[in-house]
Ligand binder design. Sequence first.
Ligand code: FES
Ligand SMILES: [Fe+2]
Length: 343
Amino acid sequence: MTHYLRNCWYMAAWADEVAESGLARTLLEQPIFLFRNGEGIVKALFDRCPHRFAPLSMGHVTDGVVTCRYHGLAFDASGTCVHNPHGPISRALATRSFPVVEAHRAIWIWMGDPEKADAAQIRDLAFLGSAPDTAFNKGYVLGGGNYQLFVDNILDLSHTDYLHPDTLGGGSITRTRAHVEQRDDGIIAIQWDSYDDVPPPLVRQKMPAGVERADSWTHVEWSAPGIMKLVNGAVPTGSPREGAGNSINVHIMTPETATTTHYFFASTRDYALDDAEMNAAIGRIRAQIFSTEDEPMIAAQQARMGDQGFWDLKPALLRIDEGAVAVRRRLDAMIAAEQGEME
Ligand code: FES
Ligand SMILES: [Fe+2]
């Protein structure tokens, strides 16, 4: 059985995925129905009618009341039954509700003890909300592997040199030792600072003509459960970094099941903010790389692992795994501590 961290905020959806009529999505192996009430505020219910277990997401939402399509029981956003066409309303006629918050263009859900849900604990990703539409692009992939494999993928970016050699990888990450730092605020930072090396193909395109070598930086900041900010940029070798322009991205992994992952990604930047065409091109290439190169590799990796645990298989770890292993150990410790509290 897979244990998940419960008392934390998971990204459930991009905000624009949830209309008033709702979105059904499985999170941490639980069916959840996300919808909007009459004021447009996002709500979440356990997506199973207490009567005969029909998905509530197959019903209708009117002014924040969800009516089951099978026999007409109706529930408000707290999961309380507000209408029973067949008789009185009893306490058994209720479904669970979950705390949800809309922030940073995303919907965040608390799958643990609702008493502990504090919106102030949502990771500060304000740069997503403040980016103009012409400098913000995003995507979503339903990935065929455990969420920790998808997290590992971002924490060991040496894979770009092999899996994405025509776009994101040029060999410099492999030649650069990552610096891993565990911070007091719960962030684990992994940084590659490369000097006078060959830039990856996509970076080279942005360099002045004739520039063959660059200084580049790629900084990832992970926080639990699977939220990563990734900042990168490059300048011709020896040029000042200041004002060079950063690509500022997120990769956010939420478990769907033990072997499937909701992979949310987005990209913003601090240069060429009004270049809508560039923005669309960045969005297209990223979605293509993640869905046709990363996801199939991780799905194949998961298939080879079957239902065996990562550590049970005794992975032959390399130096490049330092960051990913630090994150796995941190998350495992957080989950173990939470399980201990619940016993
Ligand atoms: S299953 Fe929902 S009302 Fe019967
Ligand atoms: Fe990748």
